[in-house]
Design a protein around this ligand. Structure first.
Ligand SMILES: [Zn+2]
Length: 85
């Protein structure tokens, strides 16, 4: 065949794969991987997380938002504020 057959990359739950990753609201850098640039939580079918970990993750992201570690929308983001002021 002249063209390569498309094979989608196997998705896996990174929290199941590695016990080292701390699923916690204080681990903001990790949580940022699971939100869009607009601050939305990315769906499980895209990230490949398992149901159990996605459930924990969403509550941790919501906790982080409450603690002002993450933003609810981009207008609350520190990066946007820097540009406007
Ligand atoms: Zn998992």
């Amino acid at each position: 065949m002249a063209f390569k057959k498309f094979t989608p990359r196997k998705k896996y739950c990174r929290f199941c794969a590695s016990r080292e990753i701390l699923l916690d609201y204080k681990n903001v850098e990790m949580l940022k991987d699971f939100i869009t640039d607009r601050g939305k939580i990315i769906a499980r079918r895209i990230t490949g997380n398992c149901a159990k970990h996605q459930r924990v993750l969403t509550t941790e992201i919501k906790k982080a938002r409450q603690m002002a570690l993450l933003y609810y929308t981009v207008t609350h983001s520190a990066d946007v504020k820097k540009k406007t002021t």
